[in-house]
Design a protein around this ligand. Structure first.
Ligand SMILES: Nc1ncnc2c1ncn2[C@@H]1O[C@H](COP(=O)(O)OP(=O)(O)OP(=O)(O)O)[C@@H](O)[C@H]1O
Ligand SMILES: [Mg+2]
Length: 281
């Protein structure tokens, strides 16, 4: 029997994530052979996500979405700006900031690159529990079994290697690994873009169930406006490092202002029963 609650019986609420005036530039081009240029990947980005809700972040390729995600999860350091989890700055907040940083975890588009192929699935899921000493060693296996079950993986999976699984199952492993350290915020960087449509739906349903169960706060990066409309309470659109449009998914769909948002809406028309009725009347 697999326990329904992976967090050792503790219920947690999602955290408030606030990003203020975030900036990040990259130097591109070799100093020796060509003139180096500075690319403003993220240029003064500000937003907040209420605890337990989901904000969608969309935008054309290269607009800076993943750079925002990598800064929020401390994989890269911002040039300037603040990243606050429940009011605590996780970049400049010293030891307390580091503790809060654990509360934010990321799931990437391609789980293969984030899962060490030489590690068994059980060890991959349990690594963070061990590193952060979230429970006694003797209890780690039980926690991993419970969490894997919650993510739709059976106990036998834990002694196998990531390459033995399908893309969808690997994404379940990546989600379980992210959840193992008891985050309050999950950054989902195109988590279903590489999967078959039928599998995409299963993973999205799983993410919705996990959010409802643990009150998680999500930042969902996506290209698919239909996914964003179904999943998100708010959406922000990025272009050239800046947020150019933000609001309720429905408002953005009905009245897109940015050219990229308009092209997204045109690429993914969502059936409108009222309009269809008017046309057939
Ligand atoms: N490590 C890096 N070094 C140099 N430039 C980078 C680096 N990381 C990102 N960039 C540049 O920053 C800009 C934003 O990239 P980013 O990956 O954040 O975009 P994205 O919106 O996630 O795109 P996609 O939808 O294709 O994933 C791009 O111009 C990219 O080339
Ligand atoms: Mg990206």
């Amino acid at each position: 029997m697999i326990a329904a609650q992976p967090y050792a019986g503790r219920e947690r609420a999602g955290a408030l994530l606030e990003v203020r005036n975030l900036c990040k530039s990259f130097r591109v081009g070799s100093e020796t052979f060509t003139r180096a240029a500075l690319v403003k990947a993220v240029d003064d980005v500000t937003f907040r996500i209420e605890p337990g809700s989901t904000m969608g972040l969309v935008g054309e390729s290269g607009s800076g979405k993943s750079t925002v995600a990598r800064m929020i999860t401390r994989l890269i350091r911002p040039d300037s700006g603040e990243i606050l989890i429940d009011g605590q700055d996780i970049v400049t907040g010293g030891a307390a900031g580091k503790r809060f940083a654990r509360l934010v975890q990321i799931v990437f588009q391609d789980p293969t690159s984030s899962l060490n192929p030489r590690w068994k699935v059980g060890d991959l899921i349990g690594e963070g529990v061990l590193v952060h000493r979230l429970c006694p060693r003797s209890e780690i296996r039980n926690r991993v079994v419970a969490l894997a079950g919650r993510c739709g993986l059976d106990v036998d999976s834990l002694d196998r290697f990531p390459h033995e699984f399908s893309g969808g199952q690997r994404q379940r492993i990546a989600i379980a690994r992210a959840l193992a350290v008891e985050p309050s915020v999950l950054v989902l960087d195109e988590p279903v873009s590489a999967l078959d449509v039928s599998v995409q739906a299963q993973i999205l349903v799983l993410l919705q169930e996990l959010q409802a169960a643990f009150g998680l706060t999500y930042l969902l990066i996506a290209h698919d406006l239909a996914v964003v409309e179904r999943f998100c309470s708010h959406v922000a659109v990025m272009r050239l490092g800046r947020i150019v449009e933000a609001g309720l998914p429905r408002d953005i769909h009905e009245n897109p202002k940015d050219p990229y948002t308009r092209s997204l809406v045109e690429a993914h028309p969502v059936p409108d029963p009222h309009r269809r009725k008017a046309m057939t009347a």
